[in-house]
Ligand binder design. Structure first.
Ligand SMILES: Nc1ncnc2c1ncn2[C@@H]1O[C@H](COP(=O)(O)OP(=O)(O)OP(=O)(O)O)[C@@H](O)[C@H]1O
Length: 216
């Protein structure tokens, strides 16, 4: 599903350097990225998502070499094949929960009634049914985070990249989110790469990769 080899990345401001000798993630696999704060976990997720450019090394996604793919091709791949949950949730406050979940599909002209049905099911499963037509700007942080999870899963992506997707949630809702993510990966032969600082939560995934050794 994903193969990164000799990836190297540095921000223009200098200082931090990430070097990933090799990372392989198979279909149906769930992987936790661990390591102390500032070791590059979010940076690595952004490289894999194509939000940051690959400066050196090679990245293959579903047998497709995306190392030198142009930005529009990476955007299309991200939209169609990936589900992303980042720490800022990236919701539009002036849109409803429903419209936030469906917006990427609507903008791409790919929205179908089946997507709307799935969005509703996800929102119900995430205990947000009563908020379906509420504005995102009126939600708590935990509610916003769960909307971001629904948006990441609505199009049944092959690869889910999630940066601490339960950080704002109580234990019961964390468990619901983790169940949803893992169920998706296992039933659709997708893959999950997830940043976490929570040992109990990491233990629910197939394996943990410590990013610390890849940083200088
Ligand atoms: N846009 C940026 N420009 C310059 N440096 C950055 C930028 N974003 C992050 N960094 C730096 O890169 C390093 C790695 O940051 P990153 O957010 O990837 O770490 P992390 O392991 O995800 O941290 P945390 O666990 O605290 O979320 C840090 O030293 C950070 O200050």
């Amino acid at each position: 599903m994903l193969h990164a080899r000799d990836l190297k990345f540095a921000y223009a401001s200098g200082g931090f350097r990430l070097r990933v000798p090799e990372l392989r993630v198979a279909e149906g696999e769930t992987v936790a990225l661990s390591g102390p704060s500032g070791t590059g976990k979010t940076t690595l997720l952004k490289l894999l998502a194509g939000i940051l450019p690959i400066q050196e090394g090679a990245l293959t996604l579903q047998s497709q070499d995306v190392t030198k793919a142009i930005p529009s091709a990476r955007r299309a791949l991200r939209r169609q094949q990936m589900g992303l949950v980042f720490q800022d949730f990236a919701l539009l406050d002036y849109l409803t929960v429903r419209d936030n979940v469906l917006l990427p599909l609507r903008l791409a002209g790919e929205l179908t009634p089946a997507h709307e049905e799935r969005a509703h099911e996800l929102i119900e499963r995430l205990d947000l049914k009563s908020h379906w037509m509420h504005l995102a700007g009126e939600l708590s942080q935990g509610e916003r985070q769960r909307v971001a999870v629904a948006r990441a899963l609505v199009h049944e992506p092959r690869l889910v990249l999630a940066d601490e997707p339960t950080s704002a949630l109580d234990p019961r809702r964390s468990a619901v989110v983790m169940d949803l993510l893992i169920y998706h990966v296992k039933t659709k032969q997708a893959a999950l790469i997830m940043v976490s600082h929570d040992a109990a939560l990491m233990a629910t995934l197939d394996r943990t990769v410590n990013v610390e050794a890849w940083t200088s």
